[in-house]
Structure formats: structure tokens, C-alpha cells
Write a protein that binds this ligand. Structure first.
Ligand SMILES: [Cu+2]
Length: 167
């Protein structure tokens, strides 16, 4: 009887220990996902078949990462773009990837980097939400939902998106 109870306690102790060990072991990818945050995704009203835009803020609390791809079901094609000032003429060009520095923040904003929604499948109206998936070299795929803000919500800087021509 005494012997049986002892072996029961021993068995219970082992099981608890096994669980604790399990909980402490996290795969490397899970740690990378924790380190990366995508916040304040927003968009602007746009007409179906035309071009839309998504801006957002990426913060890495770890060793840094790299944004390597963007995708949205709202458009036929989704591209990562950079806006440049070419002798006073605002232009934009596709960018293959965007480095996110260690313990750093990259803000995609008017006049800078942005996600271009090429040939929108439907119109974007204030209050609509636009799903986007960002692919990072370390953190993998991260989903975000951009809220379409009204024209007056965020003041547009001169030449930010309005009359810009695609290269
Ligand atoms: Cu663009």
C-alpha cells in the first residue's frame, strides 16, 4: 500500500515536470512573431478599378527583420512602393523589400513607403476595412486590417498621393 502511493506521487511529479519543460520551449519562429508588431493600418477612399493605398507602422522589438512581400484580397495586385522627390516631382517606384531595424520602427506614410493596391476589386469608402498580409523574412506572414479614413482624417502633404503618376 505504502509502496503504491509512493510510486503514484513519483509519477505525478514527473508529469508536471514534463509539462513545465514543454511550456518553456518555444520555437524560434514564435519568438520572432512576438518581437514584431504591425499597428495603425489605415487607407484612403478610392474608386473600384483604380489605385488604393495602405499605410501602417511596423515595430521590431528584437534583432530586426525584413518586409519581403505584401498582399491584399482587395486588389488584383499589391505592391510595396517608395515615394521619391525627383527634382520637385513626386514619383513612386516598387521596392523589393524593406529592412526593419533592430529595436526600430518603420512608418509607411504619405510621401514615403506605402502599400499600393493596384486595380481595386471594389470601391473603398470611409469606414471600410481592407485586409492586408505582410510577409517578413523572420516573422513570416502577419495580417493587418486597414481602416479607410475620410479625406479629412489625415492631412495630405503636397504631392503625397493625389496627382501622382505611376512610373
Ligand atoms: Cu505607390
Amino acid at each position: 500500500m505504502t509502496l503504491m502511493r509512493r510510486s503514484l506521487i513519483a509519477a505525478t511529479g514527473l508529469a508536471a515536470c514534463g509539462l513545465a519543460t514543454c511550456a518553456l520551449v518555444l520555437p524560434q519562429s514564435a519568438l520572432a512573431q512576438e518581437a514584431l508588431q504591425v499597428r495603425h493600418a489605415w487607407s484612403r477612399p478610392a474608386i473600384a478599378g483604380h489605385t488604393g493605398v495602405v499605410y501602417l507602422t511596423i515595430t521590431d522589438h528584437g534583432a530586426g527583420d525584413r518586409l519581403t512581400g505584401v498582399n491584399s484580397a482587395a486588389a488584383e495586385k499589391t505592391e510595396l512602393h517608395e515615394t521619391t522627390n525627383d527634382h520637385g516631382v513626386m514619383k513612386m517606384r516598387p521596392v523589393a523589400s524593406l529592412p526593419i531595424p533592430a529595436n526600430g520602427t518603420v512608418v509607411l506614410k504619405p510621401g514615403g513607403y506605402h502599400i499600393m493596391l493596384v486595380r481595386l476589386k471594389h470601391a473603398l469608402k470611409p469606414g471600410d476595412s481592407v485586409p492586408v498580409t505582410l510577409t517578413f523574412a523572420k516573422a513570416g506572414n502577419r495580417k493587418a486590417v486597414a481602416m479607410v479614413e475620410g479625406r479629412g482624417a489625415a492631412p495630405a502633404k503636397p504631392g503625397s498621393m493625389g496627382g501622382m503618376k505611376m512610373n
